[in-house]
Design a protein around this ligand. Structure first.
Ligand code: PNS
Length: 161
């Protein structure tokens, strides 16, 4: 079985993330959306909440599973039997950081391959951070985040501001 992991902080999951997962689900037998902590970011939603949001978005996708991990991504990959890490690339600016991580992950676990998928052009400007910024300032998030979770995001942003 070909298992791929799509790791990220997903705070919250955007239409850009969802698009990558749905396309990857057509290529792999199983895609694990692995929600984790990025120590360089402060989060709007707890890990548990982010998992719930992702589960809501992918509930109709039989070969998409949502999980979480702590520690090294490569250790998690070994634990779940995944040999592929999927990353989305929006623009050249993403490349440098992803390039470094891909090489480090390969060094730590030589059997793992990082596969980059180009973000859908429609979502190439999207990030969780920009979504939070727009929502916080009262902008419309329609088309930026999955419809099923838009109200939860508005509510949380309103509570925080
Ligand atoms: O969505 P993000 O915030 O860009 O996701 C970053 C994430 C969680 C994928 C990255 O920080 C990660 O892989 N963390 C796990 C810890 C780890 O393995 N670090 C070494 C990577 S080279």
């Amino acid at each position: 079985m070909k298992i791929a992991i799509y790791p990220g902080s997903f705070d919250p999951i955007t239409n850009g993330h969802a698009d990558i997962v749905k396309r990857a689900a057509c290529v792999f037998d199983k895609v694990i959306v692995a929600v984790s902590v990025n120590s360089q970011k402060t989060s709007l939603f707890s890990i548990e909440e982010r998992i719930e949001l992702a589960k809501t978005v992918f509930s109709d996708y039989e070969n998409v599973q949502v999980d979480t991990f702590t520690g090294l991504l490569v250790d998690y990959a070994q634990k779940v039997g995944a040999k592929t890490i999927i990353k989305g690339l929006r623009a050249v600016s993403d490349f440098e950081y992803e390039f470094q991580m891909a090489h480090m992950n390969k060094k730590l676990y030589p059997e793992v391959e990082t596969m980059f998928m180009m973000s859908n052009q429609r979502y190439s400007y999207l990030s969780s951070s920009i979504v939070k910024e727009v929502g916080k300032l009262g902008g419309d998030l329609t088309g930026l985040v999955p419809e099923q979770i838009i109200d939860v995001i508005y509510k949380r942003l309103r509570r925080k501001s």
